[in-house]
Write a protein that binds this ligand. Structure first.
Ligand code: ASP
Ligand code: MG
Length: 407
């Protein structure tokens, strides 16, 4: 059997952790399996490298930044291979150039386009454990790119897909995917399984367990993905196709604090206005999430939407710059808000979930500012000060529903 195992930065943070992981890898290898390992940079190496870069030049060239950041992963793979040799087993470390992990050209946010498998297969035939740098690719110019923060997950899944691996294990410092962040929500529980679609929603809502591109790839190529801890032997969470997933009404709750609400006040109530506003934003790569438009009166209407807080200044600037073009009266905004979302494959077919969520918010006196729903997600915008109380209340109520359904 061919297995891809990915270990995150905390799993290889120091000598003890590296030796612990080396032992786990060897255990798998001793069963007769082919083992391909993907590693992140140790601990907070990537953050430290970014700091170093900014210290020298606050606006570093993206090409040079990728050149620098990719060294973190290269250290990990070399050290891990040495650790495995020390245990008396054969292994070889490879970087993106040696494997030929081809990516698009965008430094800092490249996408994997193709992975050559010949070198890896050759090494596996020699019964080597193959240890590969996560997070990096090679673009058309032969330059090193990186795949975006957390991108090693994506390297692992892409490798599993290219090599037709039977299993892709993502090792981290938590023992699986939880119904909510256990540091914030009491009684958050570990899921045995979750569907690709639910996991995608949670990953893009900021649940940082998996890079969301890795989940997209896993879904596309049907990669059997398991998230588990490198520090315990607990079973972890299986991410797979929906039809096989146990019936859970709601599988997760996420709190996104990186959001601001913007309202464009007094825009003309005529065709094409939303088109104008959102194409201006799209041109600058600004994603509007929850969008609400008031019913027009006196030939005017308001359009409210949420964006990432980091896009706030830019958005205000664009709206101001295009004031004549859009013809609105004014713009107001609020950054003391958070987005609370529940995700579950059962949402579309169970209208009671939305009702229960709103009831739970009412129970703790939380005012809902905006609402949006999809097949598998309900999001509300609420005041930041309410966030933890509201999240706990919603979690308690909906998990109770899950239990009722499963009994
Ligand atoms: N080392 C990179 C980061 O910190 C990639 C990863 O860990 O997946 O973002
Ligand atoms: Mg990660």
């Amino acid at each position: 059997m061919l297995i891809v195992q990915k270990f995150g930065g905390s799993s290889v943070a120091n000598k003890e952790r590296i030796l612990n992981v080396a032992n786990r890898i060897v255990e798998e290898y001793k069963k007769g399996n082919d083992v391909v390992v993907v590693l992140s940079a140790q601990g907070d190496t990537t953050d430290l490298l970014i700091e170093k870069a900014l210290d020298i030049n606050p606006k570093p060239s993206k090409r040079e930044l990728d050149m620098l950041l990719s060294t973190g992963e290269q250290q990990s793979v070399a050290l891990m291979s040495m650790a495995i040799h020390k245990l008396g087993y054969p292994s070889v470390s490879l970087n993106a150039n040696q494997v030929k992990i081809e990516s698009s050209g965008i430094y800092g946010n490249a996408r994997i386009k193709n992975i050559a498998t010949s070198r890896i297969k050759l090494e596996l035939e020699k019964r080597n454990i193959v240890i590969i740098t996560g997070f990096q690719g090679i673009n058309n110019f032969g330059d090193i790119t990186t795949l975006g923060r957390g991108g090693s997950d994506t390297t692992a899944v892409a490798l599993a897909a290219s090599l037709n691996a039977q299993l892709c294990e993502i090792y981290t410092d938590v023992d699986g995917i939880y119904t909510a962040d256990p540091r914030i929500i009491k009684n958050a529980c570990k899921l045995e399984e979750i569907s690709y679609d639910e996991m995608l929603e949670l990953a893009s809502l900021g649940a940082k367990v998996l890079h969301n591109r890795s989940v997209e790839l896993a879904k596309k190529y049907n990669v059997k993905l398991v998230v588990r801890s490198s520090l315990t032997v607990a079973k972890g969470t299986l991410v797979r196709e929906e039809s096989k997933v146990e019936k859970m009404l709601v599988s997760g709750l996420a709190l996104d604090k990186d959001v601001s609400r913007i309202t464009v006040v007094g825009i003309k109530d005529m065709p094409g206005m939303a088109f104008k506003v959102f194409s201006l934003l799209a041109k600058e790569n600004i994603v509007a999430d929850i969008i609400i438009q008031s019913v027009g009166s006196m030939r005017l209407k308001d359009i409210s939407f949420t964006i990432k807080r980091t896009d706030l200044e830019n958005t205000l600037y664009i709206l101001e710059k295009n004031k004549d073009f859009l013809g609105h009266d004014s713009v107001n905004y609020d950054s003391s808000v958070v987005k609370l979302s529940v995700v579950g494959a059962g949402i579309a077919s169970n209208p009671s979930i939305a009702a229960k969520m709103f009831e739970a918010l009412y129970d703790v006196g939380t005012n809902i500012r905006m609402i949006s729903t999809s097949e598998i997600k309900i999001s509300v915008l609420i005041d930041a000060g309410d966030s933890e109380r509201a999240a706990q209340s919603v979690h308690d109520k909906l998990m109770e529903e899950n239990i009722n359904l499963n009994l």
